[in-house]
Design a protein around this ligand. Structure first.
Ligand SMILES: Nc1ncnc2c1ncn2[C@@H]1O[C@H](COP(=O)(O)OP(=O)(O)OP(=O)(O)O)[C@@H](O)[C@H]1O
Ligand SMILES: [Mg+2]
Length: 336
């Protein structure tokens, strides 16, 4: 598969009260054409900042310190703003958690989808309306023709998220970034939306970056997964390999907190990782996870581990991996 998006050693900092706080620290992520990649981590780990960096939508207080973001070989951080507009909402679509942040309550759904079509593809209003109907049908808002003139308040939360998907697909993107697209929905509706994402991926050849705090969602949806902790990616692997052999103690903690199929465990009774993530402005020395790590060693308090190759494929940022079987994988090595 061909490389679509490639984030290399990206570091981003926010200015908070006159100080620069590192929010992303040398994160790297690859997405191939048509691939589905999950980005997992607890609240505040930097998932949304990563998505916003790709679209160059970071708030004013943020600075890219280092790194590159390439989309089909073009460096997005160097691209003039005019060309960036063909990427943002064009080649790269985005869906957020809360559908109403993307919809206007005073316009009909059909109008809003048609406008999204016309923003990226020149066509008359009649043709755009027909295209809006086709897109609504694609996301299973049926009968699409009868819903075009309805307003957002006439749709359920799950239906609104489908409408937002139709808008994101209006420009025929190659990559869809979905930032917690189902967190606000109940479990059944969540499963329907995830299923729809999978269908769209195979029908349209769309690549998807799915951002979530829920590893179980990734297990069903993504072929690869990256785990974030305190602004770093601590482990990346094929989903199967990650579930079979999680290498980083943080990943292992996350996996242990997923209810197993057939075992009616209550969330509160599942093992959780003790302690909490560090404040980004006050990171511990050494490995950022060491204060919470059950397998902490002396070295972890002093040195920061680099990404190293996992035995079964992928990479993890941990000294625990047996150095005799693990090859240092210096991330960002390929400087092509
Ligand atoms: N505008 C901002 N100014 C200062 N700090 C910010 C700003 N936006 C985000 N941050 C900080 O960046 C860090 C990462 O935020 P981000 O929103 O990417 O987390 P997240 O992983 O998406 O979390 P969640 O799961 O809650 O959505 C957080 O610690 C947050 O405090
Ligand atoms: Mg977020």
């Amino acid at each position: 598969m061909r490389d679509l998006l490639s984030i290399e050693n990206l570091s981003v900092a926010f200015e908070v009260g006159g100080r620069w706080v590192p929010v992303l620290r040398r994160v790297s992520l690859q997405i191939d054409e048509g691939d589905s990649v999950g980005l997992v981590g607890e609240s505040g780990s930097g998932k949304s900042v990563m998505a916003l960096s790709v679209l160059r939508l970071l708030p004013r207080a943020a600075r890219v310190i280092e790194g590159r973001i390439r989309f089909k070989g073009r460096d997005l951080l160097e691209l003039p703003e005019t060309q960036m507009r063909t990427i943002r909402g064009g080649r790269v679509g985005i869906v957020f958690q809360e559908p109403m942040t993307s919809l206007n309550p005073v316009f009909s759904i059909g109008f809003q989808v048609a406008e999204a079509v016309r923003a990226h593809r020149p066509m008359g209003s009649g043709q755009a309306r027909a295209e809006a109907e086709r897109l609504l049908d694609l996301v299973a808002i049926t009968p699409a023709g009868e819903r075009l003139d309805d307003y957002p308040h006439q749709f359920s939360g799950g239906q609104l998220q489908r409408v937002v998907l139709a808008i994101a697909l209006a420009a025929e993107p190659e990559l869809l970034i979905a930032d917690e697209p189902t967190s606000a929905l109940d479990v059944t509706v969540q499963a329907e939306i995830l299923e729809l994402l999978g269908e769209l991926r195979s029908r349209l050849g769309l690549a998807v970056l799915l951002i979530t705090h829920d590893l179980a969602v990734v297990a069903e949806t993504c072929s690869r997964v990256s785990v974030m902790y305190a602004g770093q990616i601590v482990e990346t692997a094929a989903t199967r390999d990650l579930f079979d052999a999680p290498a980083h103690p943080y990943t292992r903690g996350l996996l242990a907190s997923i209810p197993r199929l057939g075992r009616p465990e209550v969330r509160g009774q599942l093992p959780t990782i003790p302690g909490q993530a560090p404040a980004l402005g006050d990171l511990p020395t050494g490995c950022s996870f060491h204060p919470r790590c059950r397998e902490v060693m002396e070295q972890c308090r002093v040195d920061e581990p680099e990404m190293a190759r996992r035995v079964s494929g992928g990479e993890a940022r941990c000294f625990l991996m047996d150095s005799s079987t693990v090859e240092k994988a210096e991330i960002g090595r390929e400087d092509s």
